[in-house]
Write a protein that binds this ligand. Structure first.
Ligand code: MN
Length: 233
């Protein structure tokens, strides 16, 4: 096989305790999956889960103990942080039942669903796709994947985000409106999941703006932490 230009490199995320990387295929994201975040976005109640995507190459992998960097993106003056538990799929499938979902999970990571909130809000108002608000370059910083066997039960884990040392977001994964199994059930009814897929499961309340120079430190108990610096544009 030859190509008319070199194909892009495979995007991958480090795996704790392994020299091998996790190759990323797709990034699925769940919208408004914690009640208090749904409320701060102006919604209430339990709605059916809905999804959006980011391109695989939006991933910015950050190794354990290191601080990653992303550039403040163009076109926005309201860049928001959303700390999220990320599920890494190791075995694909379609129409996966919630009760069987665990068999499809390779591991878990801490991720940031960075959002151009001003542009997302404008697209919402106009009934247009969220891509420009959600799926921009470097919009998915992610820490190393902890294999499921080492992570244990993450369903009650604490999740938090600090900016410059001050707490911005703090909740527990048990407050997910659609839990991990239910999310995989809904997602795999719409798309055939494949190894390499990442699922950003949603963010708790407390989303807010960051500016160039800010240091974000987020974590999920049992999965370590993710540190990212916002660099100048
Ligand atoms: Mn999100």
């Amino acid at each position: 096989m030859s190509y008319v230009f070199p194909p892009p490199p495979v995007v991958s995320v480090p795996v704790l305790g392994s020299a091998a990387q996790f190759p990323v295929r797709r990034i699925y994201c769940v919208g408004r999956n914690y009640e208090e975040h749904a409320k701060e976005m102006g919604f209430t109640g339990r709605e059916p889960p809905f999804f959006f995507m980011k391109p695989a190459d939006a991933v910015v992998p950050v190794n354990a103990g290191q601080t990653g960097a992303i550039a403040y993106p163009s076109l926005t003056s309201n860049l928001h942080h959303e700390i999220e538990l990320v599920v890494a799929i190791g075995t694909g499938g379609r129409n996966i039942r919630a009760a069987d979902a665990a068999q499809h999970i390779f591991g878990y990571a801490v991720g940031l669903d960075m959002t151009r909130r001003d542009l997302q809000n404008e697209m919402k108002k106009q009934g247009r796709p969220w891509c420009i608000g959600k799926a921009f370059d470097q919009s998915a910083p992610i820490g190393p994947i902890t294999p499921a066997a080492q992570a244990g039960d993450v369903s009650q884990a604490e999740i938090h985000l600090n900016v410059n040392g001050a707490q911005r977001q703090r909740s527990t994964v048990s407050k997910l409106i659609w839990n991990i199994g239910e999310t995989i059930e809904h997602l795999s009814a719409a798309w055939e999941l494949q190894p390499g897929d990442l699922i950003f499961t949603g963010t708790p309340e407390g989303v807010a703006a960051v500016v160039a120079g800010d240091l974000l430190e987020g974590g999920v108990s049992g999965l370590g932490s993710l540190c990212v610096r916002i660099a100048a544009a």
